[in-house]
Ligand binder design. Structure first.
Ligand SMILES: *[C@@H]1O[C@H](CO)[C@@H](O)[C@H](O)[C@H]1NC(C)=O
Ligand SMILES: *[C@@H]1O[C@H](CO)[C@@H](O)[C@H](O)[C@H]1NC(C)=O
Length: 489
């Protein structure tokens, strides 16, 4: 192509010099050469564009009419690379615990982990394992896929690894790929066309293709030999174990007789070795993509609800990315300055509405136990979902009014520190994730607040039963605040 352009430029330069008549021009051998080159070029151009059209037509048709082949993944599959994707649910902390479980599964099965985006808080629900009322794997996969496409379309797609640093896992031989990159390649769409602001004509159909492709990927149309294996087992029938010698045995927790009768449940919960069932040599083992449903698990009545693997229990702590941790530390040392206590008070969401008394009681006790020998007020960093305007008449209102004894600190969405951190994260295109040009600003307030609390030297008071409190406890146990200097870049 370059050669042809150069030739044309030179030709243009030559013609005016000679100032030839039309007659002589037509007869000149140079003209004939130029014409034939131009024709050749035109023909070449035409054939390339028809080829491209037919290629894209072809891939759309395969989607519509036949089961898709494994797309581009056939190429990488030749090198033996296989993938694992799963469907997380609920709030951020749940999604994080599922990411850890998925990482363990991916390592056991030697598969590249497909890292999902952060889902909106109530966008996908699982239900209750102990009550045997859960969303089936096919359905939850389809919901997550569709929600992910919606996030792309509205410019709100944020990968879990934009917020969470999985490099501790990468050093332990975990391979990972962003869901957006995975889905685009698998469904045969250009990954740039998954940006909300993509302006090329006909680009809206990228989302249609992705959505349709999701039906296939969710396993709704069944497994595809060699390409996709959609796991049907969920927490109603299966507890995954690994090298435990209990493959095929009954789990200690089974639906009780009353539930069986009432719901006409016929489930029996068995313990299955995940490597034996889904690893090399099995039908699932040969598929390029292995799709789990939810990978949520919790202890229940002496058993685990879905995954009972020692490695999961010991799985590494995954910190926030350094940008977020540093913002937290900056607020703690720069704005609060003195030693402080962190109070995480969840008062409005769901069950927490009914437990104000217990939640405030914990804080009251903690403050009572703090030695207040000197005249300095106690610094308290407060993170709560109760708006400031609604504090009067609550213990928080009381604390705020005794300024001599307590100094309350908060972080707000509009704080420059929050906006600056979001901007830094949005700008950074590393870690294999695509950052679209007009990405909506990331919502990072909660993560920075948690980081501030990890630095609270006077202690931490959380809300019982809140996953946010658990997450902060874990950060404090792992001493994130003091290891910050090492990870900061
Ligand atoms: C794990 O998968 C990679 C390909 O992604 C392959 O090269 C490697 O040999 C596999 N390891 C084992 C132990 O099978
Ligand atoms: C981290 O860096 C700050 C100054 O930037 C220093 O005061 C502090 O002692 C360092 N902490 C550790 C654990 O190295």
């Amino acid at each position: 192509m370059n050669a042809i352009f150069n030739l044309q430029r030179e030709t243009n330069k030559l013609w005016p010099k000679r100032k030839p008549t039309t007659q002589s021009l037509l007869r000149s051998p140079f003209f004939i050469l130029a014409i034939s080159l131009l024709t050749l070029f035109l023909l070449l151009f035409l054939s390339i564009s028809t080829f491209q059209t037919s290629k894209s037509l072809f891939s759309t048709q395969t989607l519509n009419t036949q089961k898709p082949q494994c797309g581009k993944f056939h190429a990488s599959a030749r090198e033996g690379e296989k993938f694992l994707w799963y469907a997380p649910h609920s709030g951020f902390s749940n999604q994080l615990s599922e990411l850890k479980n998925a990482a363990v599964m991916a390592r056991i099965l030697n598969r590249t982990l497909v890292v999902p985006p952060i889902l909106d808080h109530h966008a996908v629900v699982l239900g209750s394992c102990p009550k045997f009322r859960v969303t089936a794997p096919n359905e939850i996969r389809a919901s997550v896929w569709n929600h992910a496409v919606e996030l792309m379309k509205s410019g709100r797609y944020v990968s879990m690894t934009d917020i969470i640093d999985i490099s501790p896992l990468a050093s332990a031989s975990l391979r990972a790929i962003d869901f957006r990159v995975f889905a685009a390649s698998f469904c045969g769409v250009d990954v740039d066309s998954t940006c909300a602001n993509y302006l090329k004509p006909g680009s809206s159909s990228s989302f249609d293709i992705l959505r349709e492709c999701g039906n296939v990927q969710s396993g709704i149309e069944g497994n595809i030999g060699g390409c996709l294996y959609a796991v049907k087992e969920d927490c109603r029938t299966t507890v995954w174990t690994y090298e435990n010698g209990d493959d095929g045995e009954l789990d200690s927790f089974q639906p009780d007789e009353q539930l069986k009768k009432k719901k006409r449940i016929s489930y029996v919960r068995k313990r299955r070795d995940v490597h034996k069932t889904l690893g090399p040599g099995s039908e699932a083992g040969s598929a390029i993509v292995l799709a789990f449903g939810s990978l949520f698990s919790a202890p229940y009545k002496g058993s685990e609800s879905y995954i009972d693997i020692q490695k999961v229990k010991n799985s590494e702590f995954l910190p926030f990315v350094p940008e977020i941790l540093n913002a937290g530390k900056k607020f703690a040392s720069g704005r609060i300055k003195d030693p402080f206590l962190c109070a995480q008070l969840r008062l409005l969401d769901g069950q927490f509405k009914n437990h104000w008394k217990a939640t405030f009681q914990g804080l009251r006790q903690k403050l009572g136990s703090l030695n207040q020998g000197d005249d300095q007020p106690v610094n308290i960093f407060v993170m709560t979902d109760l708006p400031r305007g609604d504090w009067s008449g609550t213990y928080l209102g009381e604390l705020a009014s005794i300024e001599k004894r307590f100094k309350l600190h908060f972080l707000r969405e509009e704080d420059r520190l929050v906006a600056e951190t979001a901007r830094q994260l949005g700008k950074r295109g590393s870690r294999g994730n695509l950052h679209c040009p007009h990405q909506k600003s990331l919502d990072v307030l909660l993560y920075i607040e948690e980081s501030v609390c990890s630095c609270a030297s006077l202690g931490f008071v959380g809300t019982a039963g809140s996953t946010i409190a658990e997450s902060i406890e874990l950060m404090r146990k792992s001493d994130v605040c003091s290891i910050l200097n090492r990870t900061a870049r």
